[in-house]
Design a protein around this ligand. Sequence first.
Ligand code: 0O2
Length: 231
Amino acid sequence: MDELELLSDDEQLIMPDILTREQFMKFVEKSSKFEELMMMYRCAIREVQTKLEILNDEFKTKRQRNPIDTIRSRIKAPMSIYEKLRRRGYPVSIQSIADNLNDVAGIRVVCPFISDIYDVAKMLISQDDIEVMEVKDYIKNPKPNGYRSLHYVIIIPIFLSSGKEYMKVEVQIRTIAMNFWASLEHQMHYKQFENDEMPEIVNQLTDCAESIYHTDVRMQEIREDIHKMNL
Ligand code: 0O2
């Protein structure tokens, strides 16, 4: 008998050693609990996205400029959920997804200037229904490959017919320039190699990230100079 047939939707607990990728995908297709959890993450994304859009509108009205260029969101694909749970040694279960993964719901906010990143972050996290669970400032402390971005894991309530649920959402905030680097670097598929196998590639990527960052800083300085001239 298919092992998955042994698991009722309520059991939820599937031990990693009996679960292959294919079994997980089959489980996901027929599990109403998995679908319900994903629906809750989608709702949480909508809540955060609306907050960001409101802030962008208000900022535009008051300062004649949008601090947000684009907002993109995604729900982590079932296969990526499975792989992350396995990679980190967590049980493969619905409960484990909710408990152990912080980035099932992800929002990427792309801003024109570096100062916009911190302005947007401050305006978002100061809202009293948002709780900050984790902050990683990869702008002040870039990753060794040069990756820069401000990451938050926030907890936000969503309101369902059954009551209030608190959901985790990962928010990545970066400039257009940082996003340019991250998008291209993401396509290069070099991470399967160890750093010492391809130091030259990593050095070159870090170099590009540095020069992009310096350009970001200069663009902000130019904007500030223009602002002073206008005053
Ligand atoms: P995807 O497909 O974007 O979702 P955590 O998620 O906090 O438990 P981790 O990996 O320590 O674990 O978190 P971290 O460092 O905050 O990174 C999470 C996400 O940031 C990644 O998600 C990427 O989206 C992005 N990121 C981090 N480092 C890099 C990098 O070097 N290059 C690029 N292009 N993006 C990066 P996922 O799950 O890797 O992928």
